[in-house]
Design a protein around this ligand. Sequence first.
Ligand code: ACO
Length: 330
Amino acid sequence: MTKKIGTKILGTGSFFPDKILTNADLEKIVDTSDEWITTRTGIKERRISQEHTPTSELAYQASVQALKSANISAAEIDLIVVATITPDMMCPSTACFLQNKFGIKTKPVFDLAAACSGFVYGIAVAKAFIASGIYKKILLVGAEELSKITDWTDRNTCVLFGDGAGAMVLSASEEQEEGILSISLGADASYWDLLYLPAGGTVNPASERTVKEKLHTIKMHGKEVFKVAVVKMAQVAEEALILSGKSLDDIKLIIPHQANMRIIEAVAKKIGLPMERVFVNIHKTGNISSATTITALDEAIKCGKLQKGDIAELVAFGGGFTWGAAVIRI
Ligand code: ACO
């Protein structure tokens, strides 16, 4: 019988633009307050990229960090996958622009669109490619510039989002008990119109009308998103845990998608995990969609909350709706 190939995590990295937009700054733009934003979301500030800095640049900076921590060169990577809903262009993929920055000319690259679940979906893709023996080393990135698809006159959404990128290097391993232990994914597209970006695709190609009506920015029914997010995140976290054969006691830290502090607290309560074992950095980042779980994981490792051998669980939820969880050993 052929031996199963495991997937280990060689390194992680993250990158945020320098510009900080605080709640006080937002008070000057829309009718809101630090008190409202903090109590409803837990967000205090978010990072905003420069006008002419594309998503691929954030992806590149995070990838450089991840490769450094993995102690390998970009040339050793067999495949690059970028999870994003804010690509540099509709075509080519942001992964192409990232490849170009590294000057690698022959390796396959593609983008993956699963909104805020994008990075967890990407882990599943990476694990499948590695387990099948097709590729040995994969660079997986979650990178977003949500500030560029935000309606800065809409207080319902503009206080929530930010920019940033995180990256992970995954590699084939003979060991089954390290790296990616289990994954569970799901989606229910009947909810698509609760969180979407109406224009720029084939339904509403860019036109004078789409620009005038601000259809190139995120539309969201926050209350409804909130309710489904709590249920699905708790459910998928439990599913992945069962698949891993581990118990909640084995999990050192849960790293949830950072969309709203109240969602995170409700999910933790539902699965019976104390908040001390839930990693939160939403106050500094806001919601950066596919980049939240990986940047939070990177921070948890860097600040020593996760150490070699520890088991963590990433749990995500996003537009679509999509959701997913991955149990990993650092
Ligand atoms: N400042 C002040 N008041 C505001 C603001 C604001 N920024 N935004 C909304 N309000 C007002 C509303 O107009 C409303 O006023 P009204 O009662 O006079 O009509 C009031 O505050 C309450 O609004 P609600 O929508 O009921 O507020 P809620 O408690 O639901 O919080 C929020 C809104 C923060 C958006 C919440 O629903 C939420 O976080 N939902 C989930 C959103 C989310 O996570 N999206 C992303 C997930 S997927 C992904 O990451 C892409």
